[in-house]
Each structure stands twice: as structure tokens, then as C-alpha cells.
Design a protein. Structure first.
Length: 123
């Protein structure tokens, strides 16, 4: 059981690392005018030129491969709820790497998610 939880946590860390790289890249670019297809395509072209985006794709892809390994080891009804650890990892990573604010509501919700994960893991 602990091996499954570690696999899922590793998959989540990989996925969140990719999302952090995506967000840092997007923060550094001008947002496209969503009413213009040309503007959106230029934005997309600029995004795909940034190496961090490709590293992010690799991180997310690695997370998916690890996730598939976890699925092969345990029931979906166990593995999927534990996948909610992504919210916890994302909150922490966004605070550390993106300097996002953590308020009481976010912390309370994250605590409830952790309690739910613990209850599912004990079943």
C-alpha cells in the first residue's frame, strides 16, 4: 500500500512540476486576444518556442507513465481518490514557486482533502 501511495505522489509531483513550468512560461508572455485567431496562433507559437514548456510536457508525460504503473498495481477505487494529493502538492508548489497566496479557505479545503485521502487509504 505504501508503495502505491509513493507512486501516486511521484506522479503528482511530476504533473505539478509540469504545470508550474507552464504557468511560469505563460506569466512571462503577453496574453493573446482571444477574439483573434491570428493572435492566438502567434501566442501558441511563442509558447512552443520556450524550452521550459517542453520540459513541462516531459514532466507531465512522466507523471502519466508513473500513474499508469500505479493503476496496474491497485484498484481504481483506491488509486483515484489518492490522486487528490495533487491539490495539496499544487497548493504548496504554487506558494513556493509562484508566490501565490494561501488563505484560510485554501488551507481548510486542503486539510479536508488530506483527511479524505487518509480515510480512503485506510479502507
Amino acid at each position: 500500500m505504501i508503495f502505491i501511495i509513493l507512486l501516486i505522489l511521484l506522479a503528482e509531483v511530476c504533473g505539478v512540476a509540469g504545470q508550474i513550468l507552464f504557468k511560469k512560461t505563460i506569466n512571462g508572455l503577453e496574453a493573446p486576444d482571444m477574439r483573434s485567431h491570428t493572435s492566438y496562433l502567434v501566442f501558441l507559437k511563442n509558447v512552443l518556442r520556450v524550452p521550459a514548456v517542453w520540459i513541462g510536457f516531459c514532466c507531465v508525460g512522466s507523471g502519466v507513465a508513473i500513474w499508469l504503473t500505479a493503476l496496474a498495481q491497485a484498484d481504481l477505487s483506491l488509486v483515484f481518490p489518492i490522486d487528490s494529493m495533487q491539490y495539496v502538492v499544487t497548493l504548496i508548489a504554487a506558494r513556493i514557486f509562484l508566490d501565490e497566496k494561501m488563505d484560510r479557505m485554501k488551507l481548510g479545503g486542503t486539510f479536508l482533502i488530506m483527511v479524505g485521502i487518509a480515510l480512503v487509504a485506510m479502507s
